[in-house]
Write a protein that binds this ligand. Structure first.
Ligand code: ADP
Length: 520
């Protein structure tokens, strides 16, 4: 139950956040309901005051004429005995009481002098006169009125108005009271209340409907713009908005389309530029190969006979040889990258035993590790792990990862692990050296990107190693990911599917070494 309430709550919150139309309609309804309520309450109050005022005024009018008649009767009375007064009071009460069809008010003659009887139409009328009102009439010696609640013999209550005034004749005092039920006024008030409630609800609904229609007109094109923008962002550059009419929304659509035109144009230009650039790199690399081969032959000749050369020339020939090595490496990497860019890189898959391949890479890296005072520790399964892969490329990726790890391990150990799982096969290369700063885990795969370009490199890296490795991994439908923290070292993980073309569902080894569990 609670979870259902929560689900509904979160659905409402979601709608409130996501839908402009919902927000506008809700706000409009709330505001108009508040205003309608305030206006309704004010009108009701005024109607109530008006109804009661007119009832009071007519009651007071009736009272004053009643008092006149009573006084005339008392003054016309020949004998002034208590009995006679009582008789007169009774006859006045009877005379003033309503006849058939004159209304349903009641009249009471209340004695203001001890020993005299009071008279009232109906049994309950005397007790229905509030004592406080009687006291006010007696104290002030003039008319007074109050609203009260009449209790019927059956116990039900009804609202009423009581007006009273003193009747003075000789030395005798009687008070005359009229008791008016206010049922009709209350009924009128209820009718007005119901009508206004209905009218108010209808008004709020109407406003909500109008708000819905109006916002729909505005929100629809905005939604269409968002939809088109999303399609544009996903690469469908030909997507445009439809322009209807000449209003503000049509202007929005036109501006949007102009923006899309410009973006499309710029992207096409950039694509063309990038194509030219790639072509340039590829052409230059190819063109450089022939002169380099000649230079290499000459340099080899010089190098071979360096023993016969003067020391400074011998040193120069060694430098020439070293720089030529680097140059050839860079050229090879550039050619490889341009092959990828041209889409000419083809996978030559075959069953490969990764256990053997990793062991070979580790043993080949041993001399480099020795110069760096580092050791490479292998954690491999005992049995062969056979996957369908391009052995040359996987070998290149692993060599790159292991060489990098040794290079940045700062003398610490490098651990290489291999595991196969249901979702794929993973190899991690971990070092405990400089590590990677936040954000660098994706930057490392960028072309020519280096954390520290000034760092003196001895392994002769070109800054292209990891970007080629990433392309190699992608060609296999595999993943190549990095993790690192400054001072804690780095982990590079290559995950491959068992067969080329399969998708990896989960990597059998965690990327983050702090995570015990196997992560995807
Ligand atoms: P290169 O090694 O030739 O510089 P890479 O593409 O192999 O080029 O690597 C790019 C950059 O990534 C390196 O210059 C280095 O800053 C960073 N990097 C690579 N491997 C590691 C590692 N194991 N630890 C820390 N940084 C690394």
């Amino acid at each position: 139950m609670i979870s259902r309430v929560r689900a509904v709550g979160s659905a409402i919150r979601h709608r409130w956040r996501r839908s402009l139309q919902t927000r506008i309609i809700t706000t409009t309804v709330l505001l108009s309901a508040t205003v309608t309520l305030l206006i309704g309450a004010t009108i009701l109050q005024q109607v109530k005051t008006g109804l009661l005022d007119s009832a009071t005024r007519s009651a007071l009018g009736q009272l004053s004429s009643g008092v006149q008649r009573a006084q005339t009767q008392f003054e016309a009375q020949p004998r002034a005995s208590n009995r006679a007064f009582e008789r007169t009071a009774a006859s006045i009460d009877a005379e003033l009481s309503p006849r058939q069809g004159e209304g349903d008010f009641e009249v009471s003659m209340v004695s203001a002098k001890p020993g005299l009887r009071s008279y009232g139409t109906g049994g309950g009328s005397l007790s229905a006169i509030p004592l406080a009102l009687q006291r006010t009439v007696a104290d002030r010696q003039r008319e007074a009125w109050t609203y009260t609640t009449f209790v019927e013999p059956d116990g039900s209550t009804s609202p009423g108005l009581v007006v009273g005034a003193p009747v003075q004749a000789s030395n005798v005092r009687y008070q005359l009271y009229y008791l008016f039920p206010l049922n009709r006024e209350v009924a009128t008030l209820h009718l007005v209340e119901r009508t206004m409630l209905f009218a108010g609800a209808a008004l709020v609904l109407l406003i909500a409907g109008i708000a819905a229609v109006v916002t729909r007109q505005v929100v629809r094109p905005v939604r269409q713009a968002a939809f088109t923008a999303e399609r544009l962002a996903s690469g469908r550059l030909k997507e445009r908005m439809t322009i209807r009419g000449e209003d503000d929304l049509a202007t929005l659509a036109a501006s949007f389309n102009r923006m899309a035109d410009t973006v499309q144009q710029q992207i096409s230009q950039l694509r063309e530029l990038s194509r030219l650039q790639r072509r340039f790199v590829s052409d230059v690399s190819h063109e450089l190969r022939t002169p380099i081969t000649t230079i290499r032959m000459a340099a080899d000749l010089l190098h071979d006979s360096r023993a016969d050369l003067p020391p400074e020339l011998a040193r120069s020939s060694e430098l020439l040889q070293a720089q030529l090595d680097r140059f050839e490496l860079l050229l090879a990497d550039l050619l490889e990258i341009s092959r990828y860019d041209a889409g000419a890189a083809v996978l030559e898959p075959e069953p490969v035993d990764l256990t053997g391949l990793v062991s070979r890479v580790i043993s080949l890296a041993a001399p480099l590790a020795a110069t760096r005072a580092s050791t490479v520790i292998a954690d491999l399964p005992d049995e062969p792990v056979i996957v369908d892969a391009d052995a040359r490329r996987i070998d290149r990726v692993l060599r790159n990862l292991v060489d990098n790890a040794i290079e940045y391990a700062e003398g610490g150990p490098v651990e290489v692990r291999l595991r196969g799982g249901p979702g794929g096969v993973a190899i991690t290369v971990r070092d405990h050296g400089v590590g990677l700063r936040p954000g660098e885990a994706s930057l490392v795969f960028g072309r020519f990107w280096r954390a520290d370009p000034a760092r003196a490199r001895t392994t002769g890296g070109t800054g292209l190693g990891l970007s080629i490795a990433l392309e190699d991994a992608r060609l296999h439908n595999g993943w190549l990911q990095a993790w690192g923290e400054p001072g804690k070292g780095s982990v590079f993980r290559l995950t491959l599917p068992w067969r080329v073309g399969d998708a990896i569902t989960a990597s059998p080894l965690p990327l983050n070494p702090d995570e015990e569990s196997v992560s995807a």
